[in-house]
Design a protein around this ligand. Sequence first.
Ligand SMILES: O=c1ccn([C@@H]2O[C@H](COP(=O)(O)OP(=O)(O)O[C@H]3O[C@H](CO)[C@@H](O)[C@H](O)[C@H]3O)[C@@H](O)[C@H]2O)c(=O)[nH]1
Ligand SMILES: [Mn+2]
Length: 730
Amino acid sequence: MGESHEPLFETKQAKGRFAYKLFACSMLVGICLIWFYRATHVPGWGERGRWAWIGIFVAELWFSFYWIIIQLIRWSPIYHYTHTEKLSQRDETGLPNVDIFVCTADPIAEPPTLVISTILSAMAYNYPPEKLSVYLSDDAGSIMTFYALWEASRFAKHWLPFCKQYNVEPRSPAAYFSKLCKPGDACNPTEWSSMKNLYEEMANRIDSVVMLGKIPEELKANKGFSEWSWGMTSRNHPPIVQILIDGRDHGSIDSNGNALPTLVYMAREKRPQHHHHFKAGAMNALIRVSSEISNSPIILNMDCDMYSNNSESIRQALCFFMDEEKGHDIAFVQYPQRFDNITKNDLYGSSLNAINEVEIPGLDSWGGPPYLGTGCFHRRGILYGRKYSKDYKEDWKAGIERKTAKNACILEEKAKSLITCTFEHNTQWGQEIGLKYDCAAEDVITGLLIHCRGWKSVYINPPRRAFLGVAPTTLAESLVQYKRWSEGNFQIILSKYCPLIFGRGKIKLGRQMVYCIYGLWAPSSLPTLYYLVIPSLCLLNGISLFPKIMSPWAIPFAYIAMGKHVYELVESLQCGDTLAGWWNLQRMWILRTTTSFLYGTIATILKLLGFSKMGFTITAKVSADGNASKRYEQEVMEFGSSSSMFLIIAVAALLNLFCLVGGLHRLVVDGRIMDLGPLFIQILLCALVVAIHLPIYEALFIRKDKGSLPRSVTFVSLGFAMLAYLITIA
Ligand SMILES: O=c1ccn([C@@H]2O[C@H](COP(=O)(O)OP(=O)(O)O[C@H]3O[C@H](CO)[C@@H](O)[C@H](O)[C@H]3O)[C@@H](O)[C@H]2O)c(=O)[nH]1
Ligand SMILES: [Mn+2]
């Protein structure tokens, strides 16, 4: 078959990189000049500001070092394009079986209707249904979620043929019907409306059952529901496996008589005395359960809120794995994390546009993106820990044949025995096999281990978004999420898996360094806090930490500051952000760095010293309060609760305000206008910090709604800021 050797994907270099490289070199010159200035102008012993100067030098060294690593990924990003049409020209029977894993963990934070919309979107992929198996892992072991899945298994019989007949996109019914208020041109209007009604009735039934907290009596006789008994909780329940649609059963057909994908509900056993390892534990349980039921060679992993927005994604991913020339060393194919609920100016900087469009393609040029936990296709064998060898040939026909299938009940019992609390004891699961445990970024560390076994990965970012999820809608949620990420990645750096140590001899030096980029988020909090506070306090005391504004030494400072921000602004606009969105993102970086990353650093160190254990705070996917959602729509920052993180934010904001006012007062009223030159840069810096914190002052003093900062935070932060102010001027 000559045609089968046509490449299924191609790789292109980013354009305009020469100009960028020139720019980066000029920035490097500027950085060296700043270092030189800092090193040659240290105030002498006994002079005021010597320590502040040394501190700022250290902070700048850190930022420079970080900037240099970032250049590794900005240097030559690459982009991949697939040829799905060439894949489709091949014999469909040669396509591999695919298992799809969806994880959920909390029916309150992740409502069952949301979960099943994701499931339905996965079942409706444009892919032979007899080759698809969809698994839901429910870490809460909630009968509500099971009930919703049972409803979904019935609804799928109508939804799937509808999707295929009218080529519906997206195939999450919730997303599809909320985006479209009338049928598309191709749709038969009566059919469309009856499908919409069918969906809404189902969603209403599920919502009301969830509200009541009880499933209808008459359902209890149905297979599956009897697994639940009195006294079961999310932390304490036996293993449950229920095959809701058995694709191997010839009776499992949709309303048009076509086959349906297999659908399985799984809740691994949970007991209070056994650690469950959060999402990584759930994924490993899914790997084992699926090995018994379908054992497909390809696994797609989705978070429960990340519905499929593009029914071609499986075929696109297969273009990489099945490419005869270049596919043999690809372990996983990662799609970006995109979100459905981002407002126009992205108040919480959640969209990750520049990261998705430039940074990850840059990582791709170093042998592939990290595994990002969702929207990722893996080869099953590699998740079991297989090392790269160029002679290995994947058997795309692998998997369990329909004909040889065992009876569903036998399978369920066998599968349950694989997900008990004790199953993993004295095994390599969570270490050498499956996803790695004991890391808040189980995805990144698992990907690192895969890369260290000699594999590559691929990042794919097609114009039609592959997956859309729910981004945090409050400041606290967003900060907690970034804390987990920064903590997880920092933990990797401080562990024996530190890319620079563990990766030596296994992956290239550049690759080792770029793996540290996100790991260095957490410790960046310290130099950032320093830069945010010390120059402002020095301003108050008339201590200059920067060159005079008219001195030639001011030029490299100005060049670096302008160069960095103007470049980032342009990049951000090119990637689809708005100007206000960019400004919001700058604010969020400051807030994240001073709170999430600081907490991430502390948590990592405490854990290293054995004072605390790992946790996983799930990000809420629904807003509890209608007014809060309205504020989110209007892009008003949501504080509401009193988190200690807010205290840090408020103190930093107030302190800078005091310093700006105090500093200007000194210049004007005390008649020290001669100090303007040496302090100009500090005044500017302080004024920018104040400007970026405007929404914080508003929340402290002006807003009266429930989402503003609690009074207690206002008083306590005022107290702290005053104290620091008084100590400084004393
Ligand atoms: O004990 C747990 C905790 C979480 N989850 C699931 O993990 C997923 C991710 O949780 P979420 O709260 O949405 O976290 P995010 O910060 O949005 O997740 C990102 O970051 C995580 C690592 O920090 C990765 O696991 C995720 O895939 C990635 O999307 C969700 O589907 C949860 O249901 C479990 O299955 N069991
Ligand atoms: Mn999420």
